[in-house]
Design a protein around this ligand. Sequence first.
Ligand code: MG
Length: 310
Amino acid sequence: MSNTVLTVSEDTLLKMKAHYQSSLQSKVPQGGVFMAKPNGCTITAYKSGKVMFQGSNCDAEVSKWQGKSASQTPKKVNPTNTNSTLPKNFSSLAVIGSDEVGTGDYFGPMTVVASFVEPSQFELLKELGVKDSKELTDDAICSIAKKIVHVVSYSLLVLNNEKYNAMQEKGYNMNKLKALLHNQAIRNTISKLEGKKYDSILIDQFTPPNLYYGYLKGTKEVIRDKVQFATKAEGLHLSVAVSSILARYAFLQQMDQLSEKAGMTLPKGAGAKVDQAAAKLIKSKGFEALRSLTKLHFANTEKALKIAKK
Ligand code: MG
C-alpha cells in the first residue's frame, strides 16, 4: 500500500493528532491540520477531513483509523461492526488476546504480550483500572500493570534492539517479527493454562490474516485453531487490553534501563527529539552504540548522522 486516503470526522482528526504527537512534523502543508511521520509512513491531515497515508509501511497506521472513516461509517453505532466475523457475545468469552508495543519507537525494544482472560476475572480487572491503553497515561499503565500481573496468565516476549537489528538485517521485516512473536507468545500462554478452556484467540490485527500466516511459513508450531484478527481489538476484549497494558509496561521498564545504560533519558516515538538524542549518542559513544539502543533501519538514523556531522 503506497497511497491511501481516508476521510475522517473532525473528532477523529483531533484524536489522530494526539495519537501521532511524538512524530509530528513542524512543517504543515497549506490547508493541513498536521503532518506526522511514524515509522515508514507519512501522514498528512487536511481541514477537509481527508487524511493521506504515503509510504511503504502504512498498513498498520491505516488500519488504526479505517473503521473511523467518515465515508464508510458515518455514525459508529456498534464498535464491533467493523469486525463482523466475531460473534456478538465475543466480549463475554474466555479469550487469549495479544498485542505488541514499541514498533513505532526508534529507541527501545519491541514487546509482545498474549494474556488469557476469562469471564470470572472481568470485574476484578475493570476494578483494577483495565481499559483501552490509549486512554491511560504511562504512570497509570505502570500502576495497573503491577496489579494485574498477579491476576492473569500471560506471556511476555521482549525482542531487544541488538536482536531486532540482527534479524532486520537478515531480511525479517517488522510485520514478520511481529507475527513470529505473537505466535510464540500465544503458544506460551496456552501452555500455561493447564487445561483451562479458551473460546477464542484474538490478535490485534497489524496485517491481513493471509500475510500473517505467510510470515509464519517454516515456523514449527503455528497456532491457527480459534485464532481471530481484529483491528482496535483492545476495545473488543479485555484480554487484548490487558496485553496492551502489560506490553507497554514492559516497554517502559526497558526504556528506563536503556536510558540508564545510555546515560541520558531516551525519548519515545520517532520524532525530532529522537533524532537529537541519537545524534548526541553518536557524538558521545560512537555510532555502534545505537545498535543496542535503537531500531537502526528507521529514518531517524540518517537524520541523527546528519545532525551529528554538523
Ligand atoms: Mg496493536
